[in-house]
Design a protein around this ligand. Sequence first.
Ligand SMILES: [Fe+2]
Ligand SMILES: [Fe+2]
Length: 135
Amino acid sequence: MVWDYDLETRHTGIDQDHQEVVAFLAAFLKVLDSRHDDRVPGALAMLYDRIAKHFAYEERLMVDRALPATAAHTGAHRSFLDDIRTHAERVATEGSTEAFRQWAHGQLVSWFRAHIKAHDLALAQALNEPGPTRG
Ligand SMILES: [Fe+2]
Ligand SMILES: [Fe+2]
C-alpha cells in the first residue's frame, strides 16, 4: 500500500499520521510477503499499536473541539481494532493462512482507505473550519 493524493484530508496533523500508518501497513505487508511467518504476529502487533495511537489522536481532536456526531466515527475505529485483534489471535494459533493473507492484502488495506473517505475527510473539514468565536 502506498500513500497517494486521494487520501489527503488537508488537515496537516491527520495527514502526517495517516502517512505513518500507511508506512506501518506497507512494512507489515512486506513481512507477510517475505514468508518469515514467525515475524508476522509481532509485525501485526506493531501495526495494531500504531493504528490504535492514530485513532486516539483523532478522537482527542474531536473532544478538544467538542465536535458533535462523532459516535459513528469512534464506533468505526473500535470495530476495526476488534477486527484486527480477532485476526491477530487467529494468526497466533493458526499461522499465516491463505485466508489471513487475503484479509491483510484486501480488507485491512481497503478498510483504511474507505474509512478516510467515510469519516476522516469530514473530521478534517470540521477541524479546519474556524472554531466558535467568543464575545
Ligand atoms: Fe478515523
Ligand atoms: Fe484516520
